[in-house]
Design a protein around this ligand. Structure first.
Ligand code: ATP
Ligand code: MG
Length: 248
């Protein structure tokens, strides 16, 4: 579903080049649960940003369902992200002035929020145990609750893939585990492909893959147990996008 072909990413800063990725080739298959591990600076976030079309490689190719992401213009990439990808970051990135419900709905604001969006947002907040916190603002939520809002937001548009960058990084062990359990359940219910940068491998599920990065390269790639949940109808009927669907 997402393929990396000899992907390099350099950042130039003060005339110095940082080689964040140095020739990464791998495939993330539909329905997979992939953990990305590696020490700080090994390129994990860079890899996730490229997978989510948030950034472009310096060399090599990243494909989403066979479509080379480097050929998409910024508007097409934004469209792809909005329609097919959900993101969760280390600190939820919730807007402080909006309620939990409006934070979940934020991606819908430009196009107009339908009553079914609103219902799905409420259902998701309920699903992550926040039915009593729907009208709370981020500062009125605990760190774990704020991250649960971030998960509900990521799943709102029924994305095919959710990319999470250390979502439990700022939480205590117990809230981190609760969040991981929730992610495992949401993933199984919705048939979502999940790629997660984390040191917490406790996400429940029949199987997973661990991709370790070191200094911008893949150090190891391990599959553990049966892979992924039983494919949901959404996975079974998944097909490559037509070029019209890539347009806005
Ligand atoms: N925007 C940027 N400009 C310059 N250098 C960057 C930029 N983003 C990342 N880097 C550098 O690229 C390398 C890889 O960074 P990346 O954020 O992918 O690491 P990481 O594995 O996610 O680390 P951490 O576990 O600390 O989040 C690091 O050396 C970092 O300093
Ligand atoms: Mg990082």
């Amino acid at each position: 579903m997402i393929s990396f072909h000899e992907v390099h990413k350099n950042y130039s800063i003060f005339d110095r080049d940082v080689h964040a990725l140095r020739g990464v080739t791998t495939d993330i298959a539909r329905g997979d649960l992939t953990f990305i591990l590696g020490v700080s600076g090994s390129g994990k976030s860079t890899l996730l940003h490229l997978a989510g079309a948030l950034d472009r490689p310096t060399a090599g190719r990243v494909e989403f369902d066979g479509r080379d992401l480097t050929t998409l213009d910024p508007i097409e990439r934004a469209h792809l992200r909005r329609k097919r990808i959900g993101f969760v970051f280390q600190s939820g990135n919730l807007l402080p002035q909006l309620t939990a419900l409006d934070n979940v709905l934020i991606a819908r604001i430009p196009s107009g929020i339908s009553s079914s969006d609103r219902q799905r947002a409420r259902d998701l907040l309920k699903r992550v145990g926040l039915e009593d916190r729907i009208h709370h603002r981020p500062r009125q939520l605990s760190g774990g609750e704020a991250q649960r809002v971030a998960f509900a937001r990521a799943f709102l548009g029924q994305p095919e893939v959710v990319l999470a960058d250390e979502p439990t990084g700022e939480l205590d062990t117990e809230s981190g585990q609760q969040l991981m359990t929730m992610l495992g359940e949401l993933r199984a219910e919705e048939g979502t492909t999940v790629v997660i940068v984390t040191h917490d491998l406790s996400l429940p599920g029949p199987g997973h893959r661990i991709l370790s990065l070191s200094d911008g390269k893949i150090l190891s790639d391990e599959r553990i147990g049966e892979n992924g949940p039983t494919p949901s109808p959404k996975i079974a009927t998944a097909r490559p996008l037509s070029s019209e669907e890539f347009q806005t």
